[in-house]
Ligand binder design. Structure first.
Ligand SMILES: [Zn+2]
Length: 192
């Protein structure tokens, strides 16, 4: 797991079972039993960090679990014919994506969304989620990819919103909305 810069992990030999996360100045301190299995660590620590942040944000922020639920709902409602549900394994927020809005690792079925999206409306977040979901089917921004991603009902509105954000940030390197990421696996079909 990527530990965000403002998070301190403390492993404690005395702590037997429970994990705890609390705010300590500008840090979030997570107390973890020293004996915790790696897979539980990977699953539980991000949840706890997310909970502290959500509490501080007034509880409006979506958790990783809520993101995954939304992704599965979008897959069922909009692209049931593609059978993506079995390919999707994990959806998480990422604090490390400052140059793109999301990413999809097609080989593992993992989707990550930039935490910079968290203050944006749900229908914009869902668009990025859907965009990444479609990458499980089409790794590249091919013609078929664009046809599929347009099934998202608020597609044009969300793309326009992200255009506006990129413009407001004044960052010419900010990814354009139709190209909010880069496929993880290079291939010969990037020019579309
Ligand atoms: Zn993409």
């Amino acid at each position: 797991m990527d530990v965000p810069e403002d998070v301190v992990i403390r492993r404690s030999a005395r702590r037997r079972r429970t994990l705890q996360a609390r705010r300590d100045g500008d840090k979030i301190v997570v107390l973890v039993p020293a004996t915790l299995a790696a897979r539980d660590y990977e699953r539980l620590v991000p949840q706890l960090i997310e909970r502290v942040r959500a509490r501080e944000a007034g509880g409006t922020r979506r958790s990783d679990a809520a993101l995954e639920k939304a992704a599965r709902r979008l897959a069922k409602e909009l692209v049931a014919d593609l059978g993506l549900l079995s390919r999707l394994t994990r959806v998480t927020w990422s604090t490390r994506q400052n140059r793109r809005w999301g990413s999809c690792t097609t080989t593992t079925g993992e989707i990550r969304l930039s935490s910079r999206l968290q203050s944006m409306p749900d229908w914009v977040i869902d668009y990025v989620l859907f965009h990444e979901l479609i990458h499980l089917e089409e790794a590249n921004h091919s013609r078929r990819f664009h046809e599929l991603v347009r099934r998202y009902p608020a597609h044009d509105r969300a793309v326009g919103f992200l255009h506006g954000v990129a413009h407001a940030l004044g960052n010419p390197d900010e990814p354009w909305p139709s190209d909010i990421d880069e496929p993880d696996e290079p291939s010969g079909d990037l020019g579309d």
